[in-house]
Design a protein around this ligand. Structure first.
Ligand code: PLP
Length: 399
């Protein structure tokens, strides 16, 4: 029996492999420090959970429109307008099962065979696979450390062919927390308009931006992109709601209509209870205060992590501007050994670190860069200290 050749080309998520190995060790009673998670450690705010319970009590348990509950769409466009002074209409938004499904539907709606999507490196693990699933071809674009791994116009131009259909920009970014300034984006936008390329702006970490930097949505900065822009966002990272699976896509009506068509025949609407609770959340003034407090805590953890990492010889990391990850350059430790085992790249580094010191990190190869590992600082300060101490011990014990 043969399975789909297209699906055979899709790689399993490498971030999940590490957390599975770490979970196994934890289940066996080991004290594992897990820097692997890509999600907030804070709980969903109580009032949102209460809103979900209330929705169930009221019997809001049937289908909604496939593209989203009207009240939620309204709440989403209102919140977007108040945060980013750009007013989308409710026909220009879709509610999907997380940002991930927004990306899948959005890509599926524009890609034809041989269409290429430019993805700057390092990239979020799912972008290339989502492009393949949607029938296109991912083109991974090299960036430079001196530009903090942000795409430059020359690199963009060099990779554009007659098949280039779209580019994915993720700012603040996973895995390294880089953030594009308006000026840096302007440089890129000129090329994208000139070459008639769609822009997918993944803004899922918009609320996690540090040191008083101000986030502005791509549409707010460049309204002229409107007919070629999909903005991706959602409840997962900002509001500690990863498991609720609520994401939003903003685009012109045509793109949204096509995405809704795909969704109506695949998953239908997002869980109705989660949609009601999300609408309540976005309409509530309390939300911003809670998020601001949590952001301040993330910033403290980031600073602590940066300080501790700076003391470990052989590791290099740029302090992230946003999100909750450090992307650490381990190239200085390549070919060093522990118990006779050689560090050949990020996978062996992560495996050996887990084995020897019970610390879980994500190998950079998952994000297209094998000289790096990613650690998340979405965990308490004591665990951060313990985990980085162990990483320091690991590095010190290398031959
Ligand atoms: N985009 C980026 C950059 C992410 O890191 C993630 C989650 O890890 C997502 C999108 C998707 O998030 P969700 O599907 O939970 O909304």
């Amino acid at each position: 029996m043969e399975y789909s050749a297209r699906i055979a080309k899709i790689e399993e998520s490498k971030t999940i492999a590490v957390s599975t190995a770490a979970n196994k060790l934890t289940a066996a009673g080991e004290d594992v420090v897990s820097f692997g998670a890509g999600e907030p450690d804070f709980p969903t705010p109580d009032f949102i959970k209460k809103a979900a319970a209330e929705a169930m009590k009221k019997g809001y348990t049937g289908y909604t429109s496939a593209s989203g509950l009207p009240e939620l769409k309204q709440a989403v466009v209102n919140k977007f307008a108040s945060d980013y002074s750009y007013k989308y209409s409710t026909e220009e938004v879709i509610v999907c099962n997380g940002g991930k499904q927004v990306l899948f539907n959005g890509l599926s709606a524009i890609l034809a065979e041989n269409d290429e999507v430019l993805i700057p490196k390092p990239y979020w693990v799912s972008y290339p696979e989502l492009v393949k699933l949607a029938g296109g071809r991912p083109v991974l674009v090299e960036t430079e450390a001196k530009n903090k791994y942000k795409l430059k116009a020359a690199e963009l131009r060099k990779n554009i062919t007659e098949n280039t259909k779209a580019v994915i920009i993720n700012s603040p970014s996973n895995p390294d927390g880089h953030f594009y300034t308006q000026l840096e984006l302007e440089e890129l936008i000129g090329v994208l308009i000139e070459k008639d390329i769609f822009v997918i702006s993944d803004e899922i970490y918009d609320k996690l931006l540090y040191d008083d930097r101000e986030f502005k949505s791509m549409i707010e900065l460049f309204p002229q992109l409107k007919n070629r822009l999909l903005v991706v966002n959602g409840m997962s990272k900002s509001y500690s709601m990863t498991g609720w699976r609520v994401g939003f896509g903003f685009a012109n009506q045509e793109w949204i209509k096509n995405m809704a068509k795909i969704q109506s025949h695949t998953t239908s609407n997002v869980n109705t209870i989660a949609q009601y609770a999300s609408a309540k959340a976005l309409n509530n003034d309390k939300l911003d205060q809670i998020i601001k407090k949590r952001k301040d805590i993330y910033q403290q953890r980031r600073d602590l992590t940066a300080e501790l990492l700076a003391d470990i010889k052989g590791l290099k990391a740029i302090k992230p501007a946003g999100a909750f990850y450090f992307f650490i350059d381990i190239s200085g430790l390549k070919n060093r050994k522990i118990n006779g085992e050689k560090i050949k790249g990020s996978l062996s580094f992560a495996d050996l670190l887990l084995e020897e010191k019970k610390v879980a990190v994500v190998p950079g190869i998952a994000f297209g860069m094998d000289n790096f590992i990613r650690i998340s600082f979405a965990l308490g300060e004591e665990r951060i200290k313990e985990g980085i101490k162990r990483i320091g011990d690991f590095v010190a014990s290398l031959n």
